[in-house]
Every structure is written in C-alpha cells, then in structure tokens.
Ligand binder design. Structure first.
Ligand code: ATP
Length: 218
C-alpha cells in the first residue's frame, strides 16, 4: 500500500511541488499523469526514498518514508522497491548479466540464475546478457533496466515512462511483464507516463487509480 498526505517537495533552486492525497491498496495500480515538469518523477523519487519530503507524509509498504535515514533508505529500497527510473542507471562497466546479478546482491539475495534468465527472456533481451550497456540500443537498455526492476518480485514497482522508447510490440511486452510481476507478488505498481498506450493497457484493471500532477497546491 502507498499513501500520501499533504505531500510537498521543494527543489533547492526549483519549484515547490504539491501532490494531491493518494491511497493505493497493495496490489493496486496508480498511473501518474500530468504535463512535463508537473512532478511525476519527483513523486516516484519520494516514494523510492531517493528524496525526502519538504512537508507532509508518504508511506510505502508500511514504511513512513520521511523517518528513514539515507543509509536505511538505501537498504530498504534494495529489498522493497523495483525502480525503473527515466535515466536507467545501468552500470557501464558491467555486463547486462552482471547488472542484474548486482541487484540481487544489493538486496541481500544469493544469485538466482533462473530468475535472472526468466526476467531477461520475458523481455526478449536474454541474448544480450554478455553485452555492456553502451552496446545496447535505447529500447534494449530500457528492457534490461525493466528486467532488473522486476527481478526481485518487489512489493512496490515504480516505473518512470517505461514505454518511452519502445515500439508497440516491446511496449506491450514491457507492460505485460510489469502487470504480471505485480500480480504475482501482489505488488503495488506505479507508472508515470505520457503514453496513452499505458492508460489503454490498464483501462480494465479493477484496482486502477490515476493521479494528475499539477504545479498548483492540492
Ligand atoms: N534537481 C532539480 N533541481 C531543480 N529543479 C528540479 C530538479 N529536478 C526537477 N526539477 C523541477 O521540478 C519540476 C518537476 O520535475 P519532474 O521531473 O518531477 O517532472 P515530470 O512531471 O516527471 O516531468 P517529465 O514528464 O518531463 O519527465 C520541474 O519544474 C523540474 O524542472
């Protein structure tokens, strides 16, 4: 479950952002919509514990994020959150396979080769396992980052524009994997998106909510 109350964030040399109160049940899907610059990525960073709220509360998987220290939040994130950020943050020095193995290690899990292969295969990038990120196309890198995000069957999946550089077939595979992974683990899924394909894909979901971000106070 994720809930927010009177949540705001002010960048040091940027705008103050205000977010409407939200409550998403465990297993629910939340779409973050809104114009470019309206705060969707910021909301995800707050939910992932990468940013600390300026005021208000955000609780993610029973954890009040505003009370976590930076160190505790890193450990909590590795175990709890599957995060697909807009900038993919794949380690350039590591192969695709090593990038995923490192995510398992960071979460304190022993290497699970089956899970790793399954995640890469489901997204059609298993043949790229020995490549370095610089040797991937934009869409391939995005699918590898998505495989890493779903690898640990996290309780919360956060995806920032997961279909941005994907063609229809790859977008559909990526959304299916996000949905299946979330359903298998009863995870809460949050997707920030401009892409109308995402809204159409989830339109029949029984537990779907949409949060429209604006730069105005809620
Ligand atoms: N590090 C930063 N310092 C200052 N301002 C920032 C910083 N990061 C983001 N902002 C500003 O905060 C606002 C919200 O940015 P954010 O990236 O959350 O929006 P978004 O809705 O995800 O945008 P997009 O759809 O273009 O990805 C924007 O006005 C942006 O310029």
């Amino acid at each position: 479950m994720i809930s927010t109350r009177a949540l705001t964030y002010r960048y040091q040399s940027g705008p103050e952002l205000f977010f409407a109160d939200t409550e998403v049940a465990q297993g629910g899907v939340l779409l973050l919509r809104g114009a470019s610059g309206s705060g969707k990525s910021t909301w995800l960073a707050l939910a992932a514990g990468l940013l600390t709220p300026s005021s208000g509360q955000i609780t993610v998987a029973d954890q009040a994020m505003q009370t976590l220290s930076r160190l505790a939040s890193d450990a909590w994130r590795a175990k709890t959150i599957g995060f697909l950020p807009q900038k993919l943050h794949l380690s350039a020095a590591l192969t695709v396979h090593e990038n995923l193995a490192m995510a398992q290690w960071a979460a304190g899990q022993s290497q699970n080769e089956d899970a790793l292969r399954h995640a890469l295969t489901a997204l059609g990038v298993d043949h790229l396992a020995q490549r370095k990120p610089a040797q991937l196309s934009g869409g391939q890198a995005q699918r590898v980052a998505l495989a890493r995000a779903v690898l640990l069957a996290p309780k919360v999946l956060l995806a920032d524009e997961p279909t941005a550089s994907l063609d229809d077939e790859s977008a559909s595979a990526a959304l299916s994997l996000l949905r299946q992974t979330a359903e298998r683990a009863s995870a809460t899924l949050v997707i920030a998106t401009h892409d109308s394909r995402v809204a159409s894909f989830f339109s029949g979901h029984v537990n779907l909510q949409t949060l429209f971000c604006t730069t105005q106070p809620a």
